[in-house]
Design a protein around this ligand. Structure first.
Ligand SMILES: Nc1ncnc2c1ncn2[C@@H]1O[C@H](COP(=O)(O)OP(=O)(O)O)[C@@H](O)[C@H]1O
Ligand SMILES: C=C(OP(=O)(O)O)C(=O)O
Ligand SMILES: [K+]
Ligand SMILES: [Mg+2]
Length: 527
């Protein structure tokens, strides 16, 4: 795949930086999650997003109702059908999010050094002197001197609509604040972030539960993005809730780490969750700026070693209004990939940004370039050392498959999988070539009817760096005899060739079971 192999740890010839990268059928191994909203909900735009490389669509229920999101999702389904690109669905909860209630939607201007009162009385009109909020216990949670941030929904950090307040005094349920910077709150929704304060609200609110038991069940969502996860118990409770909702027992839970409380309990949360979202939007204001990178590196490393996907947010905020990212943003995206992230999550950029499609494609291109210089060798050794010995049989097979594929310069690894576990383990070792994960459906029953597994498993790999799923025909029996393996393998190879992933005379590494034995084999194609 890589003819000119550059490694950052070695001296790179400056001129080679200018050499254009070969066009590739898979723009990047890194996955892109796009938040769908006003600027990205028509079949046309969603189709363009899919073609540009979006493989997970996020539906953020902080804004918009069930009907709105259903319409968008129906459009997504139409786009998937017409583009023939797979896309997973992620529901993002509201959680304990504090919001300013601005019923009239009129712009509110705030002057530096003036006072403004935050009140739980939602009947009041929002004004320059008074901001009604959706939380009754604010005056019990904060004390004079605390910092409160108010920003536009999906604030980018670069707009002039965000304001910092300092708590001055508490008056009953009201909180009197000094305005630290002049700003005009414009937009339909403002979220409130209070630095390093525990908000006494459940992580999964009643409103979230109602959306999950209706919209999410109806649409069999692949991922639940659990906003403001603060403890491992939050994930356990969400899992317990999903387990009673039929198909949603298969939904994966991605814990969003958005504040210091979540950061403090990171290790336990990672054990319970299926993946982590590094929510740098909120966390970036909860943490001192000089500490944000350290959290990112530590968290991504832990996710990598656990073999669980790490998703990084808020990367190209300025592309919400501009066609090009800032230099710092472009470099930051690449660094997230070099750190080991699986996916990049776009928020405002795709939801209300002017250039959703261009943003996806630029981010994809940066990821692609970063992957090329990712030091896989170093990463592989680090991971093997971390896992230690004895290794589980499956992990040993998976890591060997990656090593073999690199040694023989295979163009692709084909992994048979039912639960998806084997494919994820291969991805954990960050192969430099794509992994075609051939999901073999299994027949299952709930005592009422029979159905096939596989669809969730296939879509859930769309957030894992390097995995490209393919759902095998359920008529192929799942028992792993050589004969059935051969026929499924042929279909996979044909699929790989049709998508341009595999060419004649390529070498391919295959990871499958024959009888009870897991095998890694290397095949060389003829034509
Ligand atoms: N239907 C199948 N045919 C052949 N090999 C398979 C099949 N399903 C899984 N494998 C192989 O079996 C091993 C376990 O894979 P995994 O997906 O973890 O299996 P399971 O779904 O049984 O937990 C891997 O080496 C994988 O490539
Ligand atoms: C993605 C984030 O949260 P949300 O978009 O849900 O506010 C974030 O804080 O980075
Ligand atoms: K949210
Ligand atoms: Mg957030």
């Amino acid at each position: 795949m890589q003819s000119t192999h550059l490694l950052l740890e070695e001296p790179i010839r400056m001129a080679s930086i200018l050499e254009p990268s070969k066009p590739s059928f898979f723009p990047a191994m890194t996955k892109i999650v796009g938040t769908l909203g006003p600027k990205s909900r028509s079949v046309e735009v969603i189709s363009a997003c899919l073609n540009a490389g979006m493989s997970v669509a996020r539906f953020d229920f902080s804004w918009g109702d069930i009907e709105y999101h259903q319409e968008t999702l129906d459009n997504l389904k139409a786009a998937i059908k017409s583009t023939k690109k797979l896309c997973a669905v992620m529901l993002d909860t509201v959680g304990p999010e504090l919001q300013v209630v601005n019923k009239s939607e009129k712009a509110i201007s705030l002057e530096a050094n003036a006072y403004v009162v935050l009140t739980p009385d939602q009947e009041k009109e929002a004004s320059s002197e008074l901001l009604p909020i959706n939380f009754t216990n604010l005056s019990k949670a904060v004390k004079p001197g605390d910092t409160i941030f108010i920003g536009q929904y999906l604030f980018t950090g670069s707009e002039t609509t965000s304001v910092w307040l300092e708590v001055f005094e508490l008056k009953g349920d009201d909180v009197v604040c000094i305005i630290k910077n002049s700003a005009t709150l414009a937009g339909s929704l403002f979220t409130l972030h209070i630095s390093q304060i525990h908000i006494d609200l459940p992580t999964l609110t009643e409103a979230d539960k109602s959306v999950i038991s209706t919209w999410a069940v109806r649409n069999k969502i692949d991922f639940l993005s659990l906003s403001y996860t603060r403890h491992a118990e939050d994930v356990r409770q969400a899992r317990e809730f999903l387990s009673k909702l039929g198909d949603l027992s298969q939904t994966q839970i991605f814990a969003k780490i958005e504040n210091i409380e979540g950061l403090t309990h990171f290790d336990e949360i990672l054990q319970e969750a299926d993946g982590i979202i590094l929510s740098r939007g909120n966390l970036g204001i909860d943490l001192p700026p000089e500490k944000v990178f350290l959290f990112q590196k530590a968290a991504v490393y832990k996710c990598n070693m656990a073999g669980k996907p790490a998703v990084v947010t808020r990367v190209v905020d300025s592309m919400t209004d501009n066609l090009r990212p800032t230099r710092a943003e472009a470099t930051d995206v690449a660094n997230a990939i070099l750190d080991g992230s699986d996916a990049i999550l776009l928020g405002a950029e795709t939801l209300r940004g002017l250039y959703p499609v261009e943003t996806i494609s630029i981010v994809g291109r940066i990821c692609y370039e970063a992957e090329k210089v990712f030091n896989q060798d170093l990463y592989f050794k680090k991971t093997v050392k971390y896992v230690g010995e004895p290794m589980s049989h499956l992990e040993s097979i998976a890591s060997s498959a990656v090593r073999a594929a690199i040694k023989v310069k295979a163009s692709v690894i084909i992994c048979f999988t039912s639960s998806g576990r084997a494919a994820r383990l291969i991805a954990k070792y960050r192969p430099t070539m794509p992994v075609l994960s051939v999901v073999i459906p299994r027949l299952k029953t709930n005592q009422l009817k029979w159905s096939f597994t596989g669809a969730f498993e296939a879509r859930q790999s769309l957030i894992v760096r390097g995995l490209f799923p393919m759902l095998a025909d359920p008529r192929h029996p799942a028992e792993s005899t050589s004969a059935t393996n051969e026929s499924v393998l042929k279909v996979a190879l044909d699929h790989g060739k049709a998508s341009g992933l595999i060419k004649s005379h390529d070498r391919v590494v295959v990871c499958q079971k024959v009888g009870d034995a897991s095998v890694v084999k290397i095949i060389e194609l003829e034509d």
